[in-house]
Design a binder for this molecule. Structure first.
Ligand code: PBG
Ligand code: ZN
Length: 329
């Protein structure tokens, strides 16, 4: 055959790696860590095999395990000792996150990121302060503007404890601006904000909500998280967060939203993060348990795809396992 173009030529061992367009490295990953103020022992998270809720006293040990794999950043989520209608344990100086951040930053070199949201801390499970009429009106539960002050207070309490970056995930309108202002007023001009600019109302958060007992007690999150049908709206959301001073732009979930990751990458200049969420992790683990898929291979391919789509930072429950199997720099 007279074929001038034979793409297979570059797929052979020896040249294949040289023409690879995407490379994963441990520095791409952020490992989620769950801390639990209600337990003295590690509690496995059933729908997230390999992950546990760890008592605050073991926070440092848990983070050291992550660091040993080569992953240097962690995002920590907390289960508070109690929940109430205002989520007051979210900004308590002796709260689960505040205590853990103090310990981790004192004892390790990990880069510590916290999540500024209220759903794990409120007894109603919503990401903010409720409207008075919330129970009657399932389409309007969270009071947007009243929530902003609380979020700002939470962010400052995380920074006071030593958090090195904050993520905002409540999808409250104006959250980036409010938190930027508040951090700056408290002398935290150098703490970057990673905004979950495009967070979809997704069924893939199921295992995370089991892990943090953060399921809404009534109604759902449709009126504040984004409709999975929309990408143009994601561009508007991201543009607003950029205007308000976001440093890193996050898309969440990741695998079902690769087009959104790619669109944000193309349209904006900021670093893009993607959250490969709990349900995306759980489904691969479940298929592996059944012997239907090879977990290492599908995990690597999934995370590689997220990077190829345009993510610079990847929050993933596969972080440790993947980092361990990467060639060390
Ligand atoms: C809290 C929060 C959620 C996730 C991260 N932060 C749950 C939610 O919004 O319902 C999901 C992460 C995951 O599923 O891994 N706002
Ligand atoms: Zn929330």
């Amino acid at each position: 055959m007279d074929l001038r173009q034979r793409p297979r030529r570059l797929r052979r061992d020896g040249i294949r790696a040289s023409v690879s367009e995407t490379t994963l490295s441990a520095s791409d990953f952020i490992a989620p860590v769950f801390l639990d103020a209600t337990t003295d022992e590690r509690v496995p998270i059933e729908s997230m095999p390999g992950h546990e809720r760890v008592p605050v006293a073991e926070a440092v040990d848990r983070v050291r395990e992550v660091l040993e794999t080569g992953v240097e950043s962690v995002i920590i989520f907390g289960v508070p000792k109690s929940k109430d209608s205002t989520g007051s344990r979210a900004w308590a100086d002796d709260g689960v996150i505040q205590r853990a951040v103090r310990d981790i930053t004192r004892e390790t070199d990990a880069f510590v990121i916290t999540d500024v949201c209220m759903c794990e801390y409120t007894d109603h499970g919503h990401c903010g302060i409720l409207e008075e009429t919330a129970h009657e009106s399932p389409t309007l539960t969270v009071a947007n503007d009243a929530t902003l002050d609380r979020l700002a207070q939470i962010a400052v309490s995380h920074a006071d404890a030593g958090a090195q970056m904050v993520t905002l995930s409540s999808m409250t309108d104006g959250m980036v601006g409010a938190i930027r202002t508040s951090l700056d007023e408290h002398g935290y001009e150098d703490i970057p904000i990673m905004s979950t600019a495009a967070k979809y109302e997704s069924a893939f958060y199921g295992p995370f909500r089991e892990a943090t007992e953060g399921d809404p007690a009534f109604s759902d999150r449709r009126h504040y998280q984004m409709n999975p049908a929309n990408t143009r709206e994601a561009m508007r959301e991201v543009a607003l967060d950029v205007e308000q001073g976001a440093d890193v732009l996050m898309v969440k979930p990741a695998l079902a939203y690769l087009d959104v990751i790619q669109a944000v990458r193309k349209e904006f200049d900021h670093p893009v993060a993607a959250y490969n969420v709990s349900g995306e992790y759980a489904m691969l683990c479940a298929a592996d348990e059944k012997g239907w898929l090879d977990l290492d291979a599908v995990a690597r391919e999934s995370v590689l795809s997220i990077k190829r789509a345009g993510a610079d930072l990847i929050l993933t429950y596969f972080a440790e396992a993947l980092a361990e199997s990467l060639p060390k720099e």
